[in-house]
Each structure stands twice: as structure tokens, then as C-alpha cells.
Write a protein that binds this ligand. Sequence first.
Ligand code: FES
Ligand code: FES
Length: 156
Amino acid sequence: MDVTVTLTVNGVERTVTTDPQRPLLDVLREDQHLTGTKYGCGEGRCGACTVLMDGKPVRSCVTPMSLAGKKSITTIEGLAKGGSLHPIQEAFLEEGAMQCGYCTSGMILSAAALLQDKPSPTDEEIIAGMNGNICRCNGYVKIVNAVRRAAGKMRR
Ligand code: FES
Ligand code: FES
């Protein structure tokens, strides 16, 4: 039986009536048309679908809507403010930390959560913090460089 769930997505309150087991990812992409969040493995193993839920990274492909009620969700579309990219987005562009770009939204949201917890991470902490986000294009060196650069930007 469908349930009605109210959640906040990128600062805007949304009410969704849906199957409580339906993945948050499907609601974001299909109902809210926020297609920046990607479907990769669908099993919680690749990180392509990462969004922030109350500031914590979650795999939206395995997060049922029954857990999303009253939560604040941030997707890649919610990071830029006032027409300016978020410093992490800028850093990924400046470091060329993407090839096909399929993993990039999830990488950036994971980096946002990491840098919230650790504003001055070592490279080892960046690698550990991003562990679980898979880049099929093997762009890991540039991704670590981008997160390091983003940390510097955000401290300034
Ligand atoms: S699509 Fe969600 S973790 Fe891979
Ligand atoms: S840039 Fe292609 S999967 Fe990461």
C-alpha cells in the first residue's frame, strides 16, 4: 500500500505518495526529474547514487522511501548556490577529475560529507573517506587531487 512521505529536497519541501519500499533514487530521478543522481549497480556497491540525507551520505538506490520521511536530501543539483558552483564542483573541473562523468555526482556528494567531517584531510583520509565510490574510468588520482584542492578552497 502506498504511503505519503514529506521530505525536503535541495531546500524545497516535497510530498510524495508512493510504495514505501521504492528507492529514494527512483523518486529523485523519475518523480522529481533530478537526473544528476545516477543509477550504477543498484545494490549499494558503487556510490553513483550517493546523496546527502541530513548531511550524511547515503546510497539512494538502497534507501527506501519509508526512511526518507522528514529528511533533508541534498543532490548534486542542490550544491551550486546563486549561480556559482560549489567549491568541490569547481575543484573537480579544475583538476579534470572526470572522464565519462558517471561517478562524478556521487563522488562530489561523498566529498562534501567527508570535508564536513574533516576540513583538512590527509590523502590517506581522502582515500578512506571516498572508499566505496567506484570510478569505472579509473580517475582516482585526479579525484583525490580534486578533493584536496576543494578542501583548500573551502578553508579559505
Ligand atoms: S547505484 Fe547505488 S550504490 Fe551503485
Ligand atoms: S569518470 Fe567515468 S566512472 Fe568515473
